[in-house]
Design a protein around this ligand. Sequence first.
Ligand code: ZN
Ligand code: ZN
Length: 212
Amino acid sequence: MKDTITHHTPDALLAAYAAGSLPHPYALVVATHVSLCLECRAAYEAHQALGGVVLDAVQSAPVSDGLKADVLALIELPDPAPARPRRLGPLPGPVVEALGGKPPKWSTLGKGIRQCIVSESRSGSVRLLSIPPGQAVPDHGHRGMELTLVLQGSFSDETGRFGVGDLEVADEELEHTPIADAGETCICLAATDAPLRFSALVPRLLQRLFRI
Ligand code: ZN
Ligand code: ZN
């Protein structure tokens, strides 16, 4: 990985993902970040191990003397390395798996911006966005939480610069205009639990047409 990841998955999201309580759209983005980031993978595995131990402890109270050793043993377990789907160009394995192993089917949103809806359900949606260098995603706010993970290129907005592997967490408070940096086309994986709230009328019409 040529870029260094500087924006990581917040610990609360990793804990929720490890506990299996994260809605599917967010879980896919977190799984993809974890597949790219050693630091978050280690934190995720620690959450998984500790979650298991806490469950065991609850079921067999009082807590045994060996609990501490058990925790350490679990944390130090080698990664069983399950068969992971292979990456496809800039798309990491979890995204390829979510696409059923097929290349993305892009649709055009105008100004060279393209999207591919990876999944859509009541719990929200996950899409791939492809943004040409220098192009802005229309200024928008959020009704719920939006997770955006960069898979190729980079973008910048009011909060900073996001390169490959970086995860941006945007909530109701944030109104931002992500702009793809010069260089490569920026490809992102974005999950939302509610339709985005665009500020201008034309994008709002586009939103109705393209369900973004
Ligand atoms: Zn990370
Ligand atoms: Zn946003």
